[in-house]
Design a protein around this ligand. Structure first.
Ligand code: ADP
Length: 479
């Protein structure tokens, strides 16, 4: 497995030495060590990205698309190896890791296609001797800072469009999951993406982030992670007015109306809540169920949860892996204890578990809590774990008010078979992504992103291209 930084097409250790261990969260096995890079490593990567920019930017769209398409193909050809590596460093079940590799590759493929559709415009002028042209040009050198929960896809949905637009990029992956990123770097080289167009630096997040925002040549940073860190990056970005895309925390509501297809609602709830052990920013965190179907929904959800199987992601039939670290376990346990102390009823789960000898204590039973209230932490904070808190509601207005009572605005879900209600509720939910009878809305061709404290900018579809393009207006006087 590749364990060095990628700078200007070369694999290098940290300039000042130092390494970070990468461990399997399910076993604590040390998989390898990666460079503990810092500001100087980031500066070297930025210099490489700046040097590679003119030639990459000046390629035709088709010439940029070709190696991107090849990269997507290579990811699919090597999907088994990439997925195994991801499961080992991140913990998610192998089937989910395979799914993520295909999903990650789809962003590269989509971007390769989109490269050819970066159209400008001509606008009718108000003077007969003038012409107005609108050009769309790559912003230049870019950087991305990505989290550990989707170690490949969070990179490719930034890297693909950046490169397709004609930008170069410095990638700073999460410390917990650098190996998937470095493996992508290897494939990028094999696919023929020139040296310096993609650079990957692992190490000290603050130092690397600081160097990125200190460099005026870096014109755009795309970040996925916590709202707290996103807020700090906004302050740092002020220095050189660096463009940002921020995909931050979520606290998704999941509404089930009396007229819902309950089987579909339970399937959707399972997909959004327990995938990746509940460690996704769009996973449902607050279930609101109308009084007429509340008991039936809780019973069916509980039966589905009882079928989940905790374990090492590489073991057969495992559907829920470990949490990423001890802090994550402590937070989930605290949320569950807090809710129970304040009166929530435990329906199923509720405790840590060790699925088999040889595994760490980082497994939390898939859990349902019924009757959560405003006083509980689960109501206000992103749990980032396999915990489904449920609450009863009576009217549509009440459900929408409860759903919108959050500073976050990333994803929301609801189930109804009434077409008028579907449109009404979809319009009133203050969220960037709405799953209407759909628990798995993420896909390469659709705009993914939030409102309010969940950030701004969109990834996916033709919308993401705007994030890596500047608009230039040329006023052409004919003389
Ligand atoms: P998570 O809870 O998903 O770990 P974080 O926001 O802590 O979310 O981390 C997301 C990414 O941001 C990771 O790559 C992490 O290393 C990086 N990061 C954390 N703090 C900073 C910082 N101060 N400056 C730049 N990057 C940071």
């Amino acid at each position: 497995m590749q364990n060095l930084n990628l700078i200007d097409g070369r694999w290098c250790p940290a300039l000042h030495g130092g390494q970070l261990a990468v461990t399997d969260p399910a076993t604590d096995e040390v998989l390898t060590h990666v460079p503990n890079g810092g500001a100087d490593d980031a500066r070297a990567a930025i210099a490489a990205a700046a040097a590679a920019l003119p030639a990459w930017r000046d390629r035709t769209a088709a010439e940029r698309a070709r190696p991107l398409r090849r990269l997507a193909e290579l990811m699919l050809e090597r999907a088994d190896a990439l997925a195994t590596l991801m499961t080992r460093e991140q913990g998610k079940p192998l089937a989910e890791a395979r799914g993520e590799i295909a999903y990650a590759a789809s962003f590269i493929e989509w971007a390769a296609e989109e490269a050819k559709r970066i159209y400008g415009e001509t606008v009718p002028a108000s003077h007969p001797d003038k012409r107005i042209l609108v050009l769309r040009q790559p912003v230049g050198v870019t950087a991305c800072i990505t989290p550990w929960n989707f170690p490949a896809a969070m990179i490719t949905r930034k890297l693909g469009p950046a490169l397709a637009a004609g930008c170069t990029m410095v990638v700073k992956p999460a410390a917990q999951t650098p190996l998937s990123a470095l493996a992508l770097g290897e494939l990028a080289i094999e696919a023929g993406i020139p040296a310096g167009v993609v650079n990957i630096v692992t190490g000290d997040a603050r130092a690397i982030g600081g160097a990125i925002f200190d460099a005026p040549v870096v014109r755009k940073v795309s970040f996925t992670g916590s709202t707290e860190v996103g807020q700090q990056l906004m302050v740092q970005a002020a220095q050189h007015v660096t463009r940002l895309s921020l995909e931050l925390g979520g606290h998704a509501p999941f509404l089930v109306f009396d007229d819902a297809d309950l089987d579909a609602a339970v399937r959707g709830a399972m997909a959004t809540k327990f995938r990746n052990s509940g460690q996704t920013c769009i996973c449902a965190n607050r279930f609101f169920v109308q009084a007429g179907v509340h008991d039936a929904f809780v019973a069916r959800l509980s039966a589905a949860v009882a079928d989940l199987r905790l374990g090492h992601g590489l073991d057969d039939d495992v559907t829920v892996g470990p949490l990423i670290d001890d802090a994550a376990m402590a937070k989930v346990a605290d949320h569950v204890d807090d809710a129970r102390r304040k009166g929530a009823r435990l329906v199923i789960g509720g405790a840590a578990a060790t699925p088999r000898p040889g595994l760490t204590a980082r497994f939390f039973q898939p859990t349902i809590l019924d009757g959560f209230t405003d006083q509980m932490k689960v109501c206000h904070e992103e749990t980032f774990g396999p915990v489904a808190p449920v609450r009863r509601f009576t009217t549509e207005d009440e459900a929408i008010a409860l759903a919108n009572a959050s500073p976050f605005g990333l994803a929301a879900y609801f189930y109804t078979r009434d077409a008028s209600r579907l449109m009404r509720v979809a319009e009133r939910l203050e969220y960037g992504i709405v799953g209407a009878n759909d628990g798995a809305p993420s896909t390469a061709q659709a705009p993914f992103g939030g409102v309010k404290a969940s950030g701004f900018g969109r990834e996916g579809g033709r919308y993401v291209m705007h994030e890596y393009l500047d608009i230039k207006y040329v006023s052409w006087g004919l003389g």
